[in-house]
Ligand binder design. Structure first.
Ligand code: FEO
Length: 175
């Protein structure tokens, strides 16, 4: 019975493939954030470490959301191979700049998938993606706010620890 239902997959192959590619991107983002969390922890930047650890969990949740969606539509989700995770980072600010680049890349990808769904007239997946687009706005916003702390406080002297202290308000507000 199950196999018979699978034959009735309502996902186009093209859409299934790009969703699986996104599963991999989210898994990669989760692993990179975990590495960032460990690096910050090693530097004694506890709040930044917690922030990236939370981000890592969120990315895994995003991955699962897409993974389960593919399955629910009768497609075949692929558990991704995740490689090339950087373990070292040049600077505290650099970690957040890289985080912002990563988020901007994800936004671009989700936009692209939404565009492909619209062209393929897959409005069910298009609708599913709206949550991710809204989430990206929020994620980019928070990292940009944190980067502003670097501009305002500066990293000299005890600046790094001050930034880490103030980061709580920006990153965990509403938690
Ligand atoms: Fe799941 Fe922050 O992208």
């Amino acid at each position: 019975m199950k196999d018979l239902l699978k034959l009735k997959s309502s996902l186009l192959e093209e859409i299934e493939n790009i969703l699986n590619a996104q599963v991999k991107i989210e898994a990669h983002a989760s692993a990179v954030y975990l590495a960032m969390s460990a690096w910050c922890d090693d530097q004694g930047l506890d709040n930044a470490s917690k922030f990236f650890s939370n981000q890592s969990d969120e990315e895994r949740a995003h991955m699962l959301k897409i993974f389960n969606y593919i399955s629910a539509r009768g497609g075949k989700p692929i558990s991704p191979e995740v490689t090339n995770i950087p373990q070292d980072f040049e600077s505290f600010r650099g970690v957040f700049e890289q985080a912002l680049e990563q988020e901007m890349f994800v936004t671009e990808q989700i936009n692209e998938i939404a565009d492909r769904c619209a062209k393929a007239k897959d409005y069910v997946t298009f609708n599913f993606l709206q949550w991710f687009l809204a989430e990206q706005v929020e994620e980019e916003y928070v990292v940009r706010r944190i980067l502003e702390l670097f501009d305002v406080i500066g990293e000299e002297g005890t600046g790094r620890w001050e930034i880490d202290r103030h980061l709580v308000k920006v990153a965990f507000d509403g938690e």
